[in-house]
Design a protein around this ligand. Structure first.
Ligand code: XUL
Ligand code: MN
Length: 341
């Protein structure tokens, strides 16, 4: 049985690029209690999910507030999986943080990352996730693309040096909000890891939708990072083709692909080092306040049902099909397994 995690941002107010919020804000504590009740084991945090308005606080005040969140988690019976600096919201990261052309802005990005490391430690976890939202270009000629990659590696090194226990999980995304990312796929993440000052502490987090948006199969990406020993978290969700980042409930668009993501995780005993399956899903904007958690419950149920299916997979029949090179038969077996016939 896998352990599952989710973030407070996954229960949100429904604003999108073209319209305002449509649901009221649910306070953090209520969300956390609900996550526990739904069967989640751990919570993922953006730094300011745990410590709101952290730009107004100093390092000690931030740690102090994080300790309060740790107490709350303990009281509810949830672990913290990771902390991710929210590096894309501030006026100082309009043109990226680690790879901004401005030195002052690069320093701010590092300050937020150090504070996120502090929060992670207070919450009892050793994972820092970097979604490199604006680390790339909107206008190709606006940044030196070689220096951009080097600046990213330097930032990773600086964070590794700040704390000797912290592990960095890069969550690559090929587009949105940036046009051309300096680190768009897990393959690029492996390169950054190898070029860092401590590759053993730099790995990846695969999000299904981001892989689909890169034109890749998330199950293959999961397999690739697993082969490298660097799949340290996942964000399972779904995506209907090459559109905006949809964060749909896991499996609702691409069921076979969802099954294969779970199958690779099962086959490789994902979770044996304490990893969680994270669900990074968003409710449809049409959803009413009282049904704010339905997408998360659905995703959890689909993941668990697929986990059961994966554990029932008939490897003997698969070997027979492979020996006859009868992949049409194998494919039909998978379809029937998924359709429950
Ligand atoms: C954005 C995304 C983020 C990260 C954490 O697309 O997936 O929520 O998972 O910063
Ligand atoms: Mn994500």
């Amino acid at each position: 049985m896998f352990k599952y995690s989710i973030g407070p941002w996954n229960v949100h107010e429904g604003a999108d690029a073209f319209g305002p919020e449509v649901r009221e804000t649910i306070p953090l504590e209520r969300k956390l209690r609900k996550f526990k009740e739904m069967g989640f084991d751990a919570v993922q945090f953006h730094d300011d999910d745990a410590v709101p308005d952290m730009n107004e606080l100093d390092a000690e005040q931030i740690k102090e507030q994080a300790r309060g969140v740790k107490e709350l988690l303990g009281d509810i019976g949830l672990a913290a999986e990771f902390v991710a600096p929210r590096l894309w919201m501030d006026a100082r990261t309009i043109d990226g943080g680690f790879t901004s052309n401005s030195e002052e802005e690069r320093e701010y990005a590092l300050w937020r990352s150090f504070r996120s490391v502090d929060i992670a430690k207070e919450l009892g976890c050793d994972k820092l996730v970097l979604w490199l939202a604006r680390e790339g270009t909107l206008c190709f000629e606006s940044k030196d693309p070689v220096r951009g990659v080097k600046r990213l590696i330097e930032a990773v090194n600086t964070i590794l040096e700040y704390d000797e226990d912290i592990k960095i999980l890069i969550e690559p995304k090929p587009n949105e909000p940036i046009d051309r990312s300096f680190c768009p796929t897990l393959g690029h993440v492996m390169g950054v890891s190898a070029a860092s000052c401590d590759p053993a502490r730099v790995g990846g987090l695969l999000e299904s939708a981001h892989a689909i948006l890169a034109g890749l199969d998330p199950a293959m990406e999961i397999a690739y990072a697993t082969a490298m020993g660097k799949l340290w978290s996942v964000h399972l969700n779904d995506q209907n083709g090459m559109k905006f980042d949809q964060d749909k409930s896991f499996g609702v668009e691409n069921l076979r692909q969802a099954f294969n993501q779970i199958k690779v995780l099962v086959e490789n005993d994902y979770g044996k080092n304490g990893e969680y399956i994270g669900l990074d899903v968003k409710a449809m904007r049409t959803q009413r306040l009282e049904d704010s958690y339905r997408h998360a419950a659905n995703s959890l149920r689909i993941a668990r049902l697929l986990e059961e299916k994966a554990r029932k997979f008939d490897y003997e029949y698969q070997r027979k099909c492979v020996s006859e090179r009868n992949y049409e038969a194998l494919e039909m077996y998978v379809m029937e397994l998924l359709m429950g016939v």
